[in-house]
Ligand binder design. Structure first.
Ligand SMILES: NCCCN[C@H]1CC[C@@H](N)CC1
Length: 292
């Protein structure tokens, strides 16, 4: 039925809620891992919700998908082998496909229902699965990475949901250690890193783990995504020991590359200035997560 849907009633953000007007429920079922909901909203186009948490909306998904993909990939000369953990909606694959240097993309998504639902209701994102370089693995990324040869990837992108539910283990040290092992020297990780307004303890924990695990550099970046709690989402950029990676200055600019729109969709959020600006942090955050 149409009406208002209230989100954020979740231990991840106690005491606050966000309501989005529902025009029509399009899909609602329980998968093996979570409840999957899709609805048409009045203000943000179609919305994908997992266990009551907004994952993406047609209107603002560009901010998250473009930044999580291009912050790492535009920071290294010519990425060839890329792994996506999560990302079952296909949006990050769409963005990676803009990089002509990429030869091989693995994606490991645990919930097949997310993939099927995205193909049905979000073709603008699921187009990412059509790229011939994509190899889909449906399963647990912890398992997948355990069987991954050392130094296989130039870049790994962890496009996860919140660490409450299937993505719980994706913020723990053992997981980051398997990622570091799977990256080549000077390889890069971009990990979804929650909200600077709501999760500084979790961000501090992740930064501490990453500082121990990635002997290159560790940076925090962020973007505005209106339909995420607090309207901001962070990204942790890490590089393994080896050729130095300067995340703040994109050495591999994507927006000027012709054919960067092979996926049939122009960039709508990312550009080199937004890339550099994403690493500018408010003083409270620098203080709270020892980035000063
Ligand atoms: N691939 C869609 C985005 C998944 N990541 C989001 C980051 C944090 C949000 N609270 C929910 C999902």
């Amino acid at each position: 039925k149409s009406g208002k849907a209230v989100y954020f009633n979740n231990p991840m953000w106690p005491g606050e809620a966000h309501s989005i007007k529902v025009e029509k429920i399009l899909f609602k079922e329980k998968s093996e891992y979570q409840e999957v909901l899709v609805f048409e909203s009045s203000a943000y186009g179609k919305v994908l919700v997992l266990d009551g948490i907004v994952q993406l909306t047609e209107k603002d998904e560009c901010a998250y998908q473009e930044m999580i993909a291009h912050l790492p990939l535009c920071s290294i000369k010519s990425p060839k082998n890329v792994l996506v953990v999560g990302g079952g909606d296909g949006g990050v694959l769409r963005e990676i496909s803009r990089h002509s240097s990429v030869e091989h993309i693995d994606i490991c998504e645990i919930d097949k229902m997310v993939i099927d639902v995205s193909k049905k209701f979000f073709p603008e994102l699921a187009v990412g699965f059509e790229d011939p370089r994509v190899n889909l693995h449906v399963g647990d990324a912890i398992e997948f990475l355990r069987c991954t040869p050392e130094g296989k990837y130039d870049a790994i992108i962890v496009d996860s949901s919140d660490p409450v539910g299937p993505a719980q283990e994706l913020v723990e040290k053992p997981f980051f250690e398997t990622i570091a092992k799977a990256l080549r020297p000077g390889g890069v990780l971009c990990n979804m890193a929650e909200s600077m307004w709501l999760h500084t303890h979790l961000i501090q924990d992740m930064i501490s783990i990453c500082r121990e695990t990635f002997r290159g550099s560790v940076h925090y970046a962020w973007a505005s995504v209106p339909t995420y709690p607090s309207g901001a989402i962070g990204f942790l950029l890490c590089s393994t020991e080896g050729p130095t990676v300067d995340f703040v200055k994109p050495i591999n600019p994507i927006e000027k590359v012709e054919g960067a729109n092979k996926c049939g969709r122009e960039l709508r959020f990312y550009n080199s200035e937004m890339h550099t600006a994403a690493f500018a942090l408010p003083t409270f955050l620098k203080r709270e997560v020892s980035l000063l």
